[in-house]
Design a protein around this ligand. Structure first.
Ligand code: UGA
Length: 439
């Protein structure tokens, strides 16, 4: 018989996972405690920008394999496997706030009417799963057996659908052979197609996720630290990265120097790992992550400082155009976005800031309503003294430097993502600058 699946928490991860599971042929119920979110998804509307997801979701809803609701009691009766996809946001001390996981368990487990497997996908501090096992055992109805597994998710925003259906690896943290068997059933298509499977215990599975993100963050901060050296020595960080990347033990990916990392995952996971190591009494083991975080914060600081310095130098009244607000291209996510933080900080210093992002104007305006948002890049650049390129959308590579030059007031253009070809910008008369890269 085909397994029935519930997905609890239908944010970024949960909505994509639910649609992906339905696409694989399972009967799926997505549950969210936010009725508006559940209603939007049930109507086939995705409340964030993710290429390919709206079509997939709509198709699965229409075919009747995927529905959404708000009741954990309904989920408890419906599913053989419950995926926990709730958020674990950064708390005030940097430690992850796992209260939504506890609420989900408390709302679900007492209502279970049959044996089931609960699978955690949320990113959590190591040790969380073992604590949840205790909680589940205390809440499970008499005679009902509940197993817990951890199966971290590695999807990238902007590529979420592809990553869900073609996971680059599968990690199963399990305590029983039945749990491994069930997860192998769920992911049989991906396994047949070649996704490698690592079967391990609960703490290893939890740690794989945070350490993967901490490693990626370290790689980015490493190259950004080199960018700082390049800037004072006249070396070129993009060529340095190319040369390093040819060594396949290092690899070129995630050596993009510039404004640094942001988003809902890398910054939070680095800080959560630092906090968790501290709680476990081994803060020193990951003390290098303090530097990773500090280097990353410095990148934003550096762009703010350079912009303010240039405005002072030129005596310009201080109008800055910012291209990009999302934390990366193909997303409208502005959580811990380097671009938006630079915009907000300049605005707070009295600079007149106009932002344009192809997808994130709306999400940015919700959290930074005082900034001005333009409908196009050209409109943002109109009358600007300085232009900052802060999120490397593909369409910014096709901007016309001559046209922009004719509408701008000043001529400084800073490519803080080191991806634009300087040639046409210089030819159009721009004072084109980059971060650690020679132009
Ligand atoms: C990240 C991981 O890449 C996923 O594997 C993981 O599943 C996800 O977090 C998660 O924990 O859910 P994501 O946050 O979507 O995915 O974004 P990334 O593509 O990793 O980019 C993160 C940030 O690093 C962006 O701000 C990007 O601009 C920046 N970045 C990336 C650089 O500054 N330089 C680079 O070379 C690469």
């Amino acid at each position: 018989m085909m397994l029935q699946i519930s997905v609890i928490g239908t944010g970024y991860l949960g909505a994509t996972h639910a649609a992906g599971m339905a696409e694989l042929g399972f009967d799926v119920l997505g549950v969210d405690n936010n009725p508006a979110k559940a209603a939007a998804l049930a109507a086939g509307r995705v409340p964030f920008h993710e290429p390919g997801l709206p079509d997939l979701l709509r198709e699965q809803v229409e075919q009747g394999r995927l529905r959404f609701g708000t009741s954990l009691i309904e989920a408890a009766r419906f599913a053989d496997i419950h995926f926990l996809c709730v958020g674990t946001p950064e708390g005030p001390t940097g430690a992850a706030d796992i209260s939504q996981l506890y609420s989900a368990i408390d709302g679900l487990v007492p209502h279970l009417t049959r044996n089931c497997l609960i699978v955690g996908k949320s990113t959590v501090p190591v040790g969380t799963a073992e604590a949840l096992v205790e909680r589940i055992n205390g809440l499970a109805p008499e005679g009902i057996s509940v197993d817990l597994a951890w199966n971290p998710e590695f999807l990238r925003e902007g590529h979420a659908v592809y990553d869900t259906l073609h996971p680059n690896r599968l990690v199963f943290g399990v305590t029983t052979p039945d749990a491994e068997w069930a997860l192998r059933q769920v992911y049989s298509e991906a396994i047949t197609a070649g996704s490698p499977v690592v079967v391990t215990n609960l703490p290893t599975a939890e740690l794989v996720k945070v350490s993967a993100n901490a490693f990626l963050a370290t790689k980015i901060s490493f190259i950004n630290a080199m960018a700082e050296l390049c800037e004072i020595t006249g070396a070129d960080v993009t060529l340095l990265a190319d040369a390093l990347g040819h060594d396949d033990r290092i690899g070129r990916k995630f050596l993009g120097a510039g404004l640094g990392y942001g988003g809902g995952c890398l910054p939070k996971d680095v800080r959560a790992l630092i906090a968790r190591a501290g709680e476990l009494g081994v803060a020193e083991s990951v003390s290098f992550l303090d530097s990773v975080d500090a280097i990353n914060r410095r990148r934003r600081e550096r762009v703010v400082r350079e912009t303010l310095g240039l405005l002072r130098e030129t005596g310009s009244p201080g109008r800055v155009a910012i291209l990009g607000a999302a934390f990366k291209p193909l997303s409208d996510d502005v959580r811990d976005s380097p671009a938006l933080e630079v915009a907000v900080r300049l605005h707070a210093m009295g600079v007149d800031v106009t932002v344009f992002d192809p997808e994130a104007n709306r999400s940015a305006s919700l959290i930074a309503p005082d900034l001005r948002y333009a409908p196009t890049a050209t409109a943002a650049v109109l009358g600007a003294d300085i232009v900052l390129h802060l999120t490397e959308w593909r369409e910014f590579r096709d901007l016309d430097p001559v046209l922009l030059r004719s509408v701008a007031r000043g001529r400084v253009f800073i490519d803080a993502r080191n991806v634009l070809d300087p040639e046409p910008w210089l030819a159009a008369g721009w004072d084109f600058r980059a971060l650690g890269r020679l132009v």
